[in-house]
Design a protein around this ligand. Structure first.
Ligand code: F6R
Length: 233
């Protein structure tokens, strides 16, 4: 894995944007996107650039079950607010967590992904090592699926909600195998709280107990971390 250490999240966003820009110049047509606090500076760099995304297809990693598109905590809403309101893309896909048949939605999303191979996938990382919403012990062979969020993830995400009871307990997420099919992956992590999991990601054994550790097996991964996240390496 290629490791880039940056001063702060703003520099991290600029570094990630540089890689995306290069990939697009080299012909990349499909981006995989993440939500959460971490990619915000990347989206700012994309929005502030003059790069044209109108030929680019975007897929999001995951979406909560039960939140409508106009719910300010849905990932659909997040993406509009941080990127799509400002930049026109050719098309954008995100799972629909409001449908009755979630299994059918997951299968349809996976089929769409397979029809549009991802050139560059952006990832954050959960404190428990999740990527997307692939929580510890998710099979490395998993495709897009419905998942129950762990207590660790619900607690980490409650900062965005009024009450912990408001945090959805289920989500739809690309699977580990879906993520690993991407040609290139950029994982971003900032802050001291992420330092222990970054150490496990980079130095620990590859194990389904730490979903992100699977990235050690991918041929083209760049990990962009600030000094605090790198502090235990
Ligand atoms: C979000 C996602 C999650 C987050 C992770 C880190 O689409 O897939 O894996 O990347 O929970 O979240 P933040 O960036 O808020 O620390």
């Amino acid at each position: 894995m290629n490791i880039i250490k940056v001063k702060d999240p703003v520099a991290g966003g600029i570094a990630a944007f540089g890689i995306i820009k290069e990939a697009i110049a080299a012909g990349a047509k499909t981006l995989g996107l993440a939500t959460g606090s971490t990619p915000e500076t990347l989206y700012r760099a994309m929005v502030e650039s003059d790069l044209d995304f109108s030929n680019i297809t975007a897929f999001n990693l995951d979406e909560y079950v039960g939140l409508s598109k106009d719910n300010s905590q849905s990932y659909y809403y997040f993406m509009q607010e941080h990127l799509f309101k400002y930049k026109k893309f050719k098309q954008h896909f995100i799972e629909n967590g409001l449908v009755g048949d979630l299994e059918a939605e997951a299968a349809a999303y996976e089929a769409k992904l397979q029809a549009h191979p991802i050139d560059v996938q952006i990832l954050g990382i959960g404190l428990n090592g999740h990527i997307g919403f692939n929580e510890p012990k998710t099979s490395f062979a998993s495709l897009t699926h419905v998942t129950n969020l762990t207590e660790s993830t619900i607690n980490a995400n409650k900062r965005f909600f009024e009450r912990v009871e408001d945090v959805p307990t289920k989500a739809l997420t690309m699977g580990i195998k879906s993520i690993m099919r991407s040609k290139q992956i950029i994982l971003l992590a900032y802050g001291a709280a992420k330092a222990p999991i970054i150490k496990k990601l980079l130095e620990g054994p590859v194990s389904e107990d730490v979903p992100a550790s699977v990235l050690q097996k991918h041929p083209q991964v760049t990990v962009i971390i600030d000094e605090a996240a790198a502090s235990l390496l």
